[in-house]
Design a binder for this molecule. Structure first.
Ligand SMILES: *Cc1c(COP(=O)(O)O)cnc(C)c1O
Length: 353
């Protein structure tokens, strides 16, 4: 191992255990399968897997451009949005231009800073976990903001994003919209006005394709050229044929996804109601997960007792998130099972005194 990476702390993905069957509410996947047309498109394209894919991904970029009402030159594609984020750290940060992001956010931003040996500045969220645009005025580096934020689920309005953009014209601003479809406003329309904006998106969450690995960036032509330069220098064939075909097919299934999103929002409301009646405090999540704490249970205890009872959720053991668990909004029956299990855990806890 090279000296500079001996102490690197890698990203730890949510566990995917195989020792027993769990109700999996720990990695924000969709409870709904991809539509049949997407499965068929991927299967058809697999027949040509002896040939490399088109490294320009012309068809996929055209389909994304038409969905977002931009030009194909405003789109770059990647093997999951994590890869686009990694390209952005390479393209827009160095030892002089560091990365700037909230103290509580997607854990990968810190890992990418370390991997690309980029200094980073964390800006603390306010006490209520909100992001204040003033805190980012003339930031010292490239800004990374997840909107909605993870794991808090809180969203920023377009006006607030715009105020960050207009006070950082000298900086690139990356808005990670992994969860935007579950209730936040997209910043894509702002790319016309702000050549310093990159919006990053994924097919992993609302489009039921976490296993296919497909992400994209929407930005000015100039920033896309920079991202693509890094993409060609890493892996020009970064998206498989099957995944590119699945992505194109997914873009013409808007109705199917809208229905699923509506169902997830309804289940989210149900979950928040059940948690609050059990005594949990929850943030006002605009994502497909909730972030919750209970006065009688530490986050770690809640995570552990749920796991013992066959339900997986996520716990982040940093000082400000220690009391919380993040729970994916699964299917209605999974959420019912979760809340019954939590009720039992709390009853046992009370009986212990
Ligand atoms: C899930 C997630 C991603 C990564 O998604 P992939 O496209 O599956 O790589 C990026 N950002 C945030 C905030 C996420 O939660």
């Amino acid at each position: 191992m090279s000296e500079r990476f001996k102490s690197l702390k890698e990203y730890v993905p949510g566990e995917q255990p195989r020792d027993r069957k769990y109700i999996k509410l720990n990695t924000n996947e969709s409870p709904f399968p991809p539509p049949q047309s997407v499965i068929d498109a991927a299967a058809r394209e697999t027949e040509c897997s002896n040939l490399y894919p088109d490294p320009t991904y012309k068809d996929l970029r055209e389909a994304l451009a038409s969905a977002f009402e931009v030009e194909p030159s405003n789109i770059a594609v990647a093997n999951g949005s994590d890869e686009i984020l990694s390209f952005a750290f390479t393209a827009f940060c160095d030892s002089a231009t560091g990365a700037v992001f909230p103290d509580i956010t997607y854990g990968f931003y810190e890992v990418f800073s370390a991997l690309h040996t980029i200094p980073h500045t964390c800006i603390p969220l306010r006490e209520d976990f909100s992001i204040l645009p003033e805190d980012y005025k003339n930031a010292k580096g490239t800004i990374f903001i997840a909107n909605p934020n993870a794991p808090t689920g809180l969203a920023l309005s377009s006006d607030k994003i715009e105020s960050i953009l207009s006070s950082n014209r000298q900086n690139v601003v990356v808005i990670d919209e992994a969860y935007v479809d579950f209730g936040a406003e997209s910043s894509v329309p702002l790319i016309r006005k702000y050549p310093n904006l990159i919006v990053v998106g994924t097919f992993s969450k609302s489009r039921s394709l976490a296993g296919a690995r497909l992400g994209y960036a929407v930005a000015s032509n100039e920033l896309i050229k920079d991202i693509d330069k890094i993409r060609y220098s890493n892996n020009p064939y970064n998206v498989s044929r099957a995944t590119a075909a699945a992505g194109i097919a997914a873009l013409s299934e808007q109705r199917y996804y809208e229905e699923n999103i509506a169902a997830i929002k309804k289940t989210r409301a149900l979950l928040l109601e059940k948690l609050s009646s059990l005594g949990f405090f929850c943030t006002d999540s605009m994502a497909n997960f909730v972030f919750a704490r209970h006065p009688m249970l530490s986050g770690e205890e809640c995570y552990r007792l749920l796991k013992e009872n066959g339900v997986l959720v996520r716990h982040f053991s940093s000082p400000r998130t220690d009391d919380y668990v993040r729970i994916t909004v699964g299917s209605e029956s999974e959420i019912n099972k979760l809340s019954e299990t939590l009720a039992q855990i709390l009853r046992n806890k009370n009986n212990e005194g």
